[in-house]
Design a protein around this ligand. Structure first.
Ligand SMILES: NC(=O)c1ccc[n+]([C@@H]2O[C@H](COP(=O)([O-])OP(=O)(O)OC[C@H]3O[C@@H](n4cnc5c(N)ncnc54)[C@H](OP(=O)(O)O)[C@@H]3O)[C@@H](O)[C@H]2O)c1
Length: 189
């Protein structure tokens, strides 16, 4: 279970324009089987999440938030994100999605279409989808919620978070800082 105290509740409105479509040419095609997961992401208002396989910013408190949410839980990521991080993140089961790559110290997920989070969910653990763009695009249809950090400064980028505003609404504002705000998006009931 994650224990995070929300700052305040927001109505079902979106801070982001719901009809804009950005992102790379990834498509929501991997609608696979199995259970539901949550995503965690940091993006700018122009939806930038990465640049040349790196996260373009380092903001005080942002990594701490990521740790707070994911610590102890399994984290699912694409091979490029895993290579960008460079090693398994500690005290979390690292699930890396790759068709052909081989790495040690992690669990390999070969086919997202048949990925089932259930085996990783014992003892109240939840699987968090931590990126990048390809994996978000593939799994957002199976996400019940998104912890979204909205970075206020704009940064150059070439990797973008897919459109999600037509499917999700803000449920809570988790944190507000000068550099970023954090929202929990959920699917409307
Ligand atoms: N701001 C944030 O919150 C955040 C979070 C995470 C990442 N990022 C950024 O996002 C960027 C990386 O994103 P990305 O979209 O380029 O790459 P990615 O999603 O991290 O990884 C893509 C790789 O995942 C594997 N894959 C994708 N779909 C698959 C499927 N259906 N079955 C099996 N394997 C599959 C493939 O690996 P193989 O080629 O090995 O088969 C593919 O090349 C980086 O810049 C990173 O820093 C930002």
């Amino acid at each position: 279970m994650i224990r995070i105290r929300p700052l305040k509740r927001r109505s079902r409105s979106s801070v982001l324009s719901p009809n804009r479509s950005y992102g790379r040419e990834t498509k929501n095609t991997e609608r696979g089987h199995g259970g539901v997961v949550k995503a965690i992401v940091a993006m700018t208002r122009k939806r930038v999440i990465g640049y040349n396989n790196k996260i373009p910013w380092r903001l005080p408190g942002e990594q701490g938030w990521f740790k707070e949410v994911t610590m102890g839980h399994p984290i699912l990521m694409g091979r490029k994100t895993f290579e960008s991080i460079g090693k398994p993140l500690p005290r979390r089961r690292n699930l890396v999605v790759t068709r052909t790559g081989n790495f040690t110290g992690i669990d390999l997920i070969r086919d997202l279409r048949v990925f089932d989070p259930a085996p990783y969910e014992s003892d109240g653990k939840e699987v968090f989808v931590i990126g990048g763009a390809e994996i978000y695009a593939a799994l957002l249809p199976r996400c019940s919620g998104i912890y979204l950090t909205l970075v206020k400064q704009e940064f150059d980028g070439n990797t973008y978070f897919p459109e999600f505003e037509s499917e999700f609404v803000i449920s809570e504002t988790m944190r507000e800082t000068p550099e970023f705000d954090i929202f929990l998006y959920k699917r409307p009931p």
